[in-house]
Write a protein that binds this ligand. Structure first.
Ligand code: NAD
Length: 246
């Protein structure tokens, strides 16, 4: 049976761990060719496990040349680019604004916001060559509600949502859809690195009373990557167990 992404060529950034790894697995299982991009090296093992149709690439999303090489690798190996999941991100320095270092601020902006800008910038020309595509950006519920001591993270994720909408408006007529996913708290290396009292408070304030598995976010990414979402662009999808309702 043909998969929901059969025939599509995709790139997932941050594919070595968490949401990116879960999404790369699902894209591959749904019939897409997948480029697994990361700086960690962990993407190599997953690409080997997935086998045919999976390619690991070392890429730093904050560097333009690296992002260009990542997109070139997809085209050289699989012939085209249909789907880009700009997902790599870090939580960064935990400090109130006045105590945050300039370097800490800049690091989060360079990966979480500039990285998404670079991904869109260099994917668009490749997608236009085959009449369109789907770009999915991982934002966060931190684009909707504030998290004290994470100002750079919240600001970057808010920026991702508006970058998504602007790019969607610019390229809708040419067949490129751009949407964002705003996860609530998902069990990954990022949440493992946060102070446990912060996680406990988030779970206690979550209407569904739990955090989510990365595979739950991957299911949404599959929908947005597929032609099932052909009329959807410029939208931000909260997947937060109701956290932002209260
Ligand atoms: P994770 O730490 O498990 O995975 C992130 C991956 O990104 C890692 O493999 C890391 O090596 C990679 N990465 C970091 N910097 C990179 C760079 N410069 N270039 C390329 N790769 C880089 O974290 P995750 O929770 O899966 O996070 C994925 C995305 O989801 C991030 O954008 C994060 O902000 C967002 N998010 C996560 C949660 C959550 O609760 N886990 C909630 C909301 C949003």
């Amino acid at each position: 049976m043909a998969g929901r992404l059969s025939g599509k060529v995709s790139i997932v950034t941050g594919a070595g761990s968490g949401i990116g790894a879960a999404t790369a697995r699902r894209f591959h299982a749904e019939g897409a060719k997948v480029v697994l991009a990361d700086i960690s090296g962990n993407q190599e093992d997953l690409a080997k496990e997935l086998g045919d149709g999976a390619l690991a690439v070392h890429a730093d999303v904050s560097q333009g040349e690296s992002v260009q090489a990542m997109i070139a690798a997809a085209i050289d190996t699989f012939g085209r680019l249909d789907v880009l999941h700009n997902n790599a991100g870090i939580d960064g320095e935990i400090a109130k604004v006045a105590d945050m270092t300039e370097e800490g601020w800049d690091k989060v902006q360079s990966i979480n916001l500039r990285g998404v800008f670079l991904g869109i910038k260099y994917a668009v020309p490749a997608m236009l060559r085959n009449g369109g595509g789907s770009i999915i950006n991982t934002a966060s519920m931190a684009a909707t509600v504030s998290f004290p001591q994470m100002a750079s993270y919240c600001a970057a994720k808010g920026g991702v949502v508006m970058l998504t909408k602007t790019a969607a408006a610019e390229y809708a007529a040419q067949g490129i859809r751009v949407n964002s996913i705003s996860p609530g708290t998902i069990q990954t290396a990022i949440t493992d690195s946060l102070p446990q009292d912060m996680i406990k408070a988030i779970i206690a304030a979550n209407p569904v009373g739990r955090i989510a598995a990365a595979s739950e976010v991957a299911s949404l990414a599959v929908f947005l990557a597929s032609d099932e979402s052909a009329f959807i662009t410029g939208s931000d999808y909260l997947i937060d167990g109701g956290y932002t309702l209260l």
